[in-house]
Design a protein around this ligand. Sequence first.
Ligand code: GLC
Ligand code: GLC
Length: 830
Amino acid sequence: MNYGHFDDAHREYVISRPDTPLPWLNYIGQDDFFGLCTNTAGGYSFWKDSRLRRLTRYRYNNIPYDLGGRYIYVNDGGSVWNPGWMPVKAKLDSYECRHGMGYSRIVGSKDGLEVEMLFFVPPGRNEEVWKITVRNKSGAVKKPKLFAYQEFCFYEALNDMTNYQRTWSIGEVEVEGNAIYHKTEYRERRNHYALFACTRPVAGFDTDRDAFVGLHNGLHEATAPFAGKCSGSMAFGWNPVGALEVDLELAPGAEESFAFVLAYVEQGEAPKFDKPFVMNKEVGHATLARYSKTSDIDATFAKLGAFWDGLLANFQAELPDEHANRMLNAWNQYQCMATFNLSRSTSMYETGIGRGMGFRDSNQDLLGFMHMIPSRARERILDIASTQLSDGTCYHQYQPLTKKGNAEIGGDFYDDHLWLVLSTCAYIKETGDLSILDEGCGYADKKYKLGADGKKIKAESLLHHLETSIAYTMKKRGPNKLPLIGHADWNDCLNLNCFSTEPNESFQCAGDVKDSKAESVMIAGLFLYASREMAALYDFMKRPDDSKRMMKSRAEMMDAVEHAGWDGEWYRRAYDAAGRPIGSKENEEGKIFIESQGWCVLGGAGADDAPEATRGRARKAMASVDKYLYTPKGVVLQQPSYSTYHPELGEVTSYPPGVKENGGIFSHNNTWIHLGWCLLGEGDKALEYYLSICPSAKQDEIDIYRSEPYVYAQMTAGKDAPCFGEAKNSWLTGTAAWTLVALTQGILGVKPGYEGLVVDPCIAKKWKGFKATRKFRGAEYHIEVKNPKGVCKGVVSVKVDGAVIESVNKAALLPIFPQGTKHEVEIVLG
Ligand code: GLC
Ligand code: GLC
C-alpha cells in the first residue's frame, strides 16, 4: 500500500491518506516551545519540559492511538468534518499532510470547501501558530463555521493525569475578546499562563469541555460543532478547554486566511493582577499583537524556512544513493534536532512524564547536532556535566526545566560518564573552542567552592569532569580488569546485578551494585575509544605527559579486552556477577552480542596493526556479525535470543525473542557496525548495512515496517519475532545522531579534526564519487570526491583551490581557513 512520498525539493514527506499504518508524527518547535503533531493533527504542546510545563492535554494509548490534538471542526451547512480526518472521520474528498522541517500542513476538502491547517512555532518564540486557510472551490456562496479546539493541561503532566480530587476543582479561565486565558494555578505560585486566541473576530467560544464536547460524547460527536454554535461556557473547575468559533461567508472562488495562536506566557516582573481575579494581560496582548495581520503570520513562517535553510546549509551533499541523499540533506539532520531538544522524553512512545534528558543519550545526541548550532551544544555539554557526581557517577537523567538530576531514575550506569568525553572532544574538533574545558560546571553534589576572595565560585572545570570519568572506569574494574557494569551499560536491559524476581520493581533500579563483580566488555571498548580521544586532545593541547598517561590506561584496558574479552570468533559481551562469560560460545543463548563487536573494533582492539597475537580480530569479529547477526532488515542485537527469563541477566531476558534488547534490530547499535566497516575499509558492506535500516528505503514494505519512513525508529522486530521487520519507537533514538555520524564521518569520511577538516571516504565501489558542502570553523568547503578506479577507500590526490596538498595516511587533511571564505576541494580515490 502506498501512503505517501518524499518531496525532496521542499524537504517534505507528503502523506496522501490519513489512515497510515501508525500515526506518523512530526514535531513543531525548535527552541523552547514544542509540539507533537501527527498526520491527523493529534498531539500536544509544552514549553521546555514536557512533564513540568505541559500546555495542552493528551491521553496516551488512547483509542485511536493519537486521539486528542489540534482540531478544527468544519460545519458546512450542517455537514461536520475535520480537514485532518480525525476525530469525526467523515469521508473527505481530498486529504494531504505535508510534514516539513518544523511544520505540518494538513489540507482536507469536502463538497467544494477546502480547509488548510498549517502548524508551526516561529523561531525564538513561545507560541505555536495554526494558520488556517479556507477556500470555497464550489460554484455557490458558502457559510462555513469553523471550531478550533484543544484541551488545556495543568502544566505538571503527571499530576494532571492522576490527581483528579484536586485538578477537577482548580481550573480557571478568563475570556477577553478573541482570546481565552488559561490561568489555572496562576493565583498561587505560577507566574505563567497559556493563551489560546484567534487573529480575527470570533463568533463564539467555549472553555468548559463538557459544554463543548458534551458530557456523554466523544470528540467525534462534539456538541458545539454539530449544533453549529458554541455556548460561551466559562469553566470553573473540571476541564478547561480552548474552543473558538469562526463564522465565514465565502463567495465562489474566494478564500480567507487567519490564525489561531496558542501561547505560553511568562508574566515576568509585571504585576500579576489588574484587580482581584482579573489578570494583568499586557504580556499576552503583546504576544497576540505580533499576529494581527495575515502578512505577519506569513512573515514568521518564512523565518522558519530561512532558519532551516541556514542550519542545513552547514552540511549538504550530492550522493549517488537517493536514500542516503535525502536522509543526509534533510531528515536525518532534522531528527538530530529533535533528539537534541527532547532526548528520550516525549514522543508517541515516551510520555514526557517518565524520562527527562538522559546522560548517555544526550551526550550521544550531541554528536549529530553540534555542526548545526555549536553554541547550544556547548551549553548542553556543561548542563549535562553538572549532573555528574564528584565520585564520577552520574544522574542517569535530568529535568530540562530545573537542570537537576532525577533521583527516581537512579544512577550507577557505569558507561554514562564516558560519553561525556566523546561529546566534549567532538565539540572541540568542530569549533576549536578549548575554553569549554575551563568552564566551571561543578558536580551535582559539589557545585561551588570558595574562591580566593571568599566568594562562591563554581567548582571544578569540565576538564576535571573528563579526568574524573576516565579515572572512574579505571578504578571500578573487576576480577578480569574489565570495567564493572553497575546497573547496566549502554544496554539498559543487561542488568547483571538485578536478580529481580519481584514483578513490582523496576529492572532499571532494582538490585545492589555494591561489591558486585559483573563486568562489561562493551564499556571496555568504549573506554579504549574515550581514552584515545583524551590522549589526542592532550596532544593538541601540547600536554604530552597527560597524553601518555591516557595511552597507558588505554594499553592496560586493551590487555584486559584481548585477554578476557576475546571469545575466539568475536568479543564477549560481559561477565556476570558469578564471573561467567556472557556473549560467548559457552552460553546456550545470547552467544554473540552486537555492542561489544562495535565498540571493541571502534576502540582499536584487534586492529590490522595490532601485535601479532591479536591482529585481525577486528575483522573476525565483524565477519561474525555478518554471519550470525546480520539480516537484510538490519543487525539483530544478539543471537540466539533468550527464550526464558534469567534473573542474573535481567530485563534483556524479559522481552519476547526478537524484540527490543532481546534480539531486536536496535538501530542505534547498528550504526557502530557501519562505522566498524568503514574503519576496516569495507565500503560495500558499510553502504549495504546503512541501507538495511534506512527508513527511506522501507517504503516498499511499509505495511510491514509501519513506522514513519522519514525518521529512524529505535527498534525493528528481529528475525525471531513473528512480526519481523515491524518498527517501533520512532523519532527519539540515538540512531539519529549516530547514523549521521556513520554516513558523514564514516562513509563520506568528512570528519572535523583539531588541525583541520579530514576527508577519508569509505564508499561503495560502485559509487563514482560524490559532492559535499561542509561549513567548518566558519569557512565553506566544496568537496568533490572522484572514484575513477572503483575502490572503497584511499585518498591518492588532494587539490585545494587548484593547488595540490599532500595527503596524510591516505586521507585528506584540509586546512582551517579564515571565516567566511569558500574553498574548492578535489579529492581522488585510488
Ligand atoms: C534506550 C535508552 C538508551 C539505551 C538504549 C539501549 O534507547 O534511551 O539509553 O542505551 O535504550 O538499552
Ligand atoms: C527499557 C527499554 C530500554 C530503555 C529503558 C529505559 O529497559 O527496553 O530500551 O532504555 O527501558 O528505562
